[in-house]
Design a protein around this ligand. Structure first.
Ligand SMILES: Cc1cc2nc3c(=O)[nH]c(=O)nc-3n(C[C@H](O)[C@H](O)[C@H](O)COP(=O)(O)OP(=O)(O)OC[C@H]3O[C@@H](n4cnc5c(N)ncnc54)[C@H](O)[C@@H]3O)c2cc1C
Length: 105
């Protein structure tokens, strides 16, 4: 996409090759990449964020937890790792991760 065309409302989407696609509504869906560059020298694999288990304990590193956008957390509900990019998750996961509870490794 190179631009949106229209006067009062969107009427078309302009593509990079010059094509104009008529449109009434445009939904923009933008992915994100966790800013984990500063952790590269730590030896952690930060390709998909910081992998941690269901308790937020970072995989393979004792006494370190991760929370928020950066955490590639194991979600037992879906039985897979995932990153959740929402304010509520960052707050609740951070609160949970900070608790001094025994951790599964
Ligand atoms: C444009 C936009 C709109 C959004 N809208 C919504 C929304 O409507 N609702 C919603 O629920 N979520 C929304 N989100 C997502 C939400 O902002 C994030 O999920 C949330 O902020 C994650 O919190 P966090 O603490 O994990 O990370 P962040 O909020 O990114 O905090 C990380 C902090 O670490 C700092 N930092 C980074 N590197 C270093 C370093 N080396 N040393 C020290 N500090 C460092 C950063 O400056 C930053 O302050 C939106 C995000 C964006 C980008």
């Amino acid at each position: 996409m190179s631009g949106l065309l229209g006067r009062e409302t969107v009427e078309a989407v302009s593509l990079a090759d010059g094509t104009n696609l008529p449109a009434d509504i445009v939904v923009v869906s933008i992915g994100s990449v966790p800013a984990a560059d500063w952790l590269v020298s730590s030896g952690l694999d930060v390709t998909r964020g910081v992998e941690c288990d269901r308790t937020c304990a970072v995989t393979g590193v004792p006494d370190v937890v991760a929370a928020g956008d950066l955490a590639n957390w194991y979600n037992p509900l879906y039985e897979r790792h995932m990153r959740v990019e929402h304010w509520t998750n960052a707050i609740e996961q951070g609160t949970f991760a900070a608790r001094d509870t025994p951790r599964h490794t």
